[in-house]
Design a protein around this ligand. Structure first.
Ligand code: NDP
Length: 334
């Protein structure tokens, strides 16, 4: 079935990854883009070969060629735009964090359910061949009972993105809403559990003025496994990765907390040390393929709206813990 996508937000991520990801699906195309500036939207549309540009949510949603929307505006705008799209009967793929508050995110998911449209959260990492291979090893029991997961996600925020993320708390800036949500999602995906509580510190590492630009967290899982994560905007040379430690083995993944289809995964058990065979694929194209399948055949997006609510719940608990200097129980909506 042919699907026309309206892109709400003339963003960097849409340009770098999502237009191509949509166009990789048979019969799918990006037919319209919405920017708060018509001039910018038109220039973006011309650059990306998109037929129409609009400067209001009502006009893009009224375009009969738009069947689904991808929302990648700054985070404070997601709620209102997703609610409008759901009310117009459009399928919704929304960027993370879904919203700035849990109530808002829950409202967005409920609106999409009520409208009967597919809703997804664009956490990309679950779609990586590396993470899928790691999960398969954990599920097979190859490393025994998992007792610890350590996530290394400290990077240098590229200069072209040193805008609202480091200057605008009201837009959902800061490393916690930007990166902790991804780490929370991958912890849930790999271990198949939802953190019970968190203890976290945040820091000002010199880049962001009035939001945090670094954080370290420990999450406690229902099984007793501990998850440790480190996020930063100011660390150029750490490299990303994760380690999963179990009672019978360990997994070391390097270069895997990234948008690129890249990285390597090594497993160490009493049988020795070996690299897993991983066939890399484009993470966003896999996400869109699952979304397209959900539209055509029913089923769910690769990462659902409910998953987006949970990753936000964890990130908000991390923010609260770092602010108040105490352990915070993660509150998941019923
Ligand atoms: P950008 O800063 O590139 O875009 C956000 C908004 O800023 C755009 O909607 C646009 O507003 C405005 N904007 C962008 N570039 C310019 C410019 N040159 N001049 C003026 N205004 C500009 O943000 P990102 O693409 O980095 O992030 C967008 C969303 O995607 C966020 O929610 C973020 O968390 C998420 N994200 C997700 C990733 C993932 O892998 N899942 C990776 C990166 C981001 P307008 O539309 O009004 O023109």
């Amino acid at each position: 079935m042919g699907i026309g996508w309206g892109f709400i937000g003339a963003s960097t991520i849409a340009k770098q990854w999502m237009v191509d990801a949509v166009r990789a699906q048979a019969g799918h195309d990006v037919v319209a883009v919405m920017s708060s500036s018509l001039e910018r939207g038109r220039a973006y549309a011309e650059d990306m070969g998109i037929a129409n540009a609009y400067d209001s949510i009502d006009t893009i949603l009224a375009d009969p060629a738009v069947d689904a929307v991808y929302v990648s505006t700054t985070n404070e705008l997601h709620r209102e735009q997703v609610l409008a799209a759901a009310a117009a009967g459009k399928h919704v793929l929304c960027e993370k964090p879904l919203a700035l508050t849990l109530d808002d995110a829950v409202e967005m998911v409920a609106a999409c359910r009520k409208a009967g449209v597919v809703m997804g959260t664009n956490h990309h990492l679950r779609n990586a061949a590396t993470h899928q291979a790691i999960r398969a090893q954990i599920e097979s029991g190859a490393i025994g009972d998992v007792v610890g997961l350590r996530i290394f996600h400290a990077v240098q925020l590229p200069s072209n993105l040193q805008t609202w993320r480091i200057h605008k708390p009201q837009a959902g800036g800061g490393v916690i809403l930007d990166i902790v949500v991804h780490d929370a999602d991958i912890a849930r995906y790999l271990l198949g559990q939802d953190p019970v509580d968190v203890m976290a510190y945040a820091q000002h590492g010199g880049m962001a003025a009035n939001v945090e630009d670094g954080s370290m967290t420990i999450m406690r899982m229902p099984s007793g496994a501990l998850v440790q994560s480190h996020e930063s905007f100011v660390v150029p040379f750490a490299g990303t990765g994760l380690e999963v430690h179990g009672t019978k083995g360990s997994i070391f993944a390097r270069g895997v907390m990234t948008q690129q289809p890249a990285g390597e995964v090594e497993i160490v058990t009493c049988d020795g040390r070996r690299l897993l065979e991983v066939e890399h694929h484009n993470l966003y194209m896999v996400s869109l393929a699952k979304f397209a399948k959900a539209i055509n055949e029913g089923g769910e997006a690769a990462v659902t709206g409910e998953d987006g609510v949970k990753s936000l719940a964890i990130a908000l608990a991390v923010a609260e813990s770092s602010r108040e200097g105490r352990r915070v129980t993660v509150t998941y909506p019923a």
